[in-house]
Design a protein around this ligand. Sequence first.
Ligand code: PSU
Ligand code: MN
Length: 302
Amino acid sequence: MSLPLSISPEVSDALAAGRPVVALESTIISHGLPRPDNLAAARRFEQQLRDAGVVPATIAVLDGQLKAGLSDAELERIASEDVPKLSMRDLPVVLARGGSGATTVAATSFIADHAGVRVFATGGLGGVHRGADTSFDESNDLKALSEVPITVVSAGVKSVLDIGATLERLETLGVTVLGYGTDEFPSFWLRSSGETLDWTVPDGPAVAGVMEAREQLELCTAIVVANPLPFDQQLDPDLHDRALAEALRRCEEKGIEGKEVTPFLLSTIVELTEGDSLAVNLRIVENNIRVAAEIATAWAEL
Ligand code: PSU
Ligand code: MN
């Protein structure tokens, strides 16, 4: 039986010709950014890649097909329909039903890899939640990244998570973590997290070199490129700390659990920062797309 994978002509032509391609996730569109601006943002992300000479491959599941590269009408469906958020375990159910959904970092990495796309730009990765010692809430992103040889550019993980524990889990799972021009792991809206990294790379060609070595080693683990925002673009740290504490308090008070936790915390923080966190979120994705384009371009040249 063959995989129900549909690669857009633009993406498959680029891959066949060895031209650079970057994967984008769709949960950020459906659940991470508020409507109706999410559609314009999704279009801008793709345009930014095209302007850098890179073909965008936005990943989703539509009508029982794994998709790598969406048409504008398909992008619109993800942005405006109430599609479910799909992690790895959801894929078999949705395929069996011929359904649709938006893919997390985990499911996006899996589909991108099957499509032959090696570089992926996102905002922040899922990770170990605070209180995971009793709730066991750890994102499927971590396990998935231990099983797929993708290179994912992110601004670290959100400060809503337990960042130290997330880095420990990435180590256990054998996921390579590179600081892009930094030796500190970023905490998404803020540049700093207090967590030091073992490895720093200066530019896209250096990441492509690590990708090539991973291939020689025949490792099937991901490379996480941690790309912080410049200081002057980060969220105001005091506002950040206040909004974070209140969002975590509301999450507990309302008893939010499971896959609802991340979208709830994100939207509450947008509300509490009166949109400032959203503006920073968009800058983060753009900053990660810029770096992913550099990496994909260097990879295509190798
Ligand atoms: N971080 C963001 N925006 C998002 C997410 C993370 O800035 O939308 C999404 C990503 O798709 C990520 C997912 O893979 O949340 C993780 O969710 P969970 O913690 O339920 O695994
Ligand atoms: Mn979870």
